[in-house]
Structure formats: C-alpha cells, structure tokens
Design a protein around this ligand. Sequence first.
Ligand SMILES: [Zn+2]
Length: 303
Amino acid sequence: MRWLLWIMTALAAAGSCAAADIAITFDDLPATTMRDPERLTRDLLAHLTRRKLPAVGFVNGDKLLDDGQVVPARVALLDRWMEAGFELGNHTFSHRSLHRIPPEEYEADIVAGERHLVDVVRRHRGRLRYFRHPFLHTGRSAEVRDRVTTFLKKRGYTIAPVTIDNSEWIFARAYEVTTDAETRKKLIEAYLDYMEAKVEYHRDEAVRLFGREIRHVLLVHANALNAEAFGALADRLTKRGHRFITLAKALKDPAYRSRDEFFGGGGISWLDRWALTRGVPQDFFANEPRTPQWVQDVAGIEE
Ligand SMILES: [Zn+2]
C-alpha cells in the first residue's frame, strides 16, 4: 500500500504546484461613474455570492458625496456589500498619492476616509481593519513609509498588499467607452485571457522568488467590466485549480513579512518589491503579459 500512498502524495504535489490560493480585493468603491451603479453593484456581488467567494472592497469616502453632501443612494451601495457578507476597507477619502502630498496631508486623508465608512461598517457589526494605498504608492523614502505605516497601525489598520497587480482598469475603460456589442464580447474574451496569463505569471514569479507557492492578493476594481465578467474570470481561475481565500488567510503567509526596500515612483506589486529588494536580475521580470495594443487603442490609454 505504500506505493499507493506515494503516488497519491506525488499527484497531490503535482496538482498543487500549478495552482495558488488567491484573496480577491476590489478597489475604488462605490462604483459611481456608470449610469446604473445599483445594477452594477448587484451584478458584481451576485458573481461573488453565487460562487461563495470571499472579497474585501476598498472605499474612497469622497465617492459618497456630491457637492459636499452625503448621497444616501451611494452609501446604500456600501450597505449592499456588507449585507452580502463582504468586508470593507479604507482606500483614503480622495484617492491621492502619497508620492504627491506630504505625509501629514495623507494621514488626514486616511482619517477623512473613515467618516462615513465607519458608520456603514458599524451598522452591520463589521470591523474596519484593512487599508489599501491609492496607486499602490507607499512612499518615496523609508521615513515617509514608516511614518504612515506606524500611523495606520495605531489606528488599527492592517495594510493590504497586492501580489497580482494588473492593467484590468485599461480593459475596463475600453469596455465603458464601447457601445458595439461585438467589440464588447471581444474585450471580455481578451480580458479573461489576459487575467489568466497574469495570474499565472505572478504565481510563477512567486515560486521563482520563494521556492514555493505563496498565498496571493489579487487587485481588481468595482467597474462595469467586472460586473459583467468577474464570474467568468473566477470560473476560469477555478478551472485551473486556483482557490479563493480570505484576505486574512492570505496575509498569514510569512511571505508578507519579506523585506521591502523599494522606494521607486511606480505603484508596483509587492512581489516585484520583494524581488527588487533581493536584487534579482532584470530578466527576472521578462515575459510579463501585456495589455493587447488594440485594447489600449480602444481605451485611449497607453500601458
Ligand atoms: Zn484605487
């Protein structure tokens, strides 16, 4: 029987080596740019709840206001997330970059971001415990980064890093400006292929860096593209063997305690930061999937 056990162990190892555990995070809540934000939110959440996928949504407080006044319908969009059992985090009030404003202003933007969000979270007996840096900009110096990190910790936040960064927002822009049904269909197909390749690239990058699979954090946005296609994306990833886990579980991976001495201007993934901190050669980042040129053209954005 020992050979049978050996084969089963080998099969389990082979199966797991090509798949990852992934936490899903949505930034820039609530989605307000589209004509029907209620429907967008409902559709997006349905993809998640139908598949029982955990997720955390990161909120920009200023999206709850119009002309300085709270818009109850927008706050209600956050209620939908909480009612469906999801957790909300702080993404600052006005989505400004720590690379553009002094740290004290940035800290004020964090506090301002709590103003209406705390009420929503409390109403649903939730906890406000995660913070995501806009643009993934974490500071151009150790002094600034450490200062803001300490500030966040004191306010009870855990920073939510990202390992699977991507240009999903370019696809989303293209999707929003397209009215032609055929092009939209093509965009969704391209999006699914691109994201599948991107997840695979970062999974492989982590294995090259750590010598093992790590638990990942995926960054996407609350937008019309995902309201349409996120379910199909999740199904594709599940088919490849990937599993979806909570952010709390992902962050328990010791990989997230890796040294990060990246202070460049780019809002890059934490995997890239850890790799650069370790001084990997430039070709370590070769073969990263790119957004197809035609998608960039439709979006009017250069990657
Ligand atoms: Zn954002």
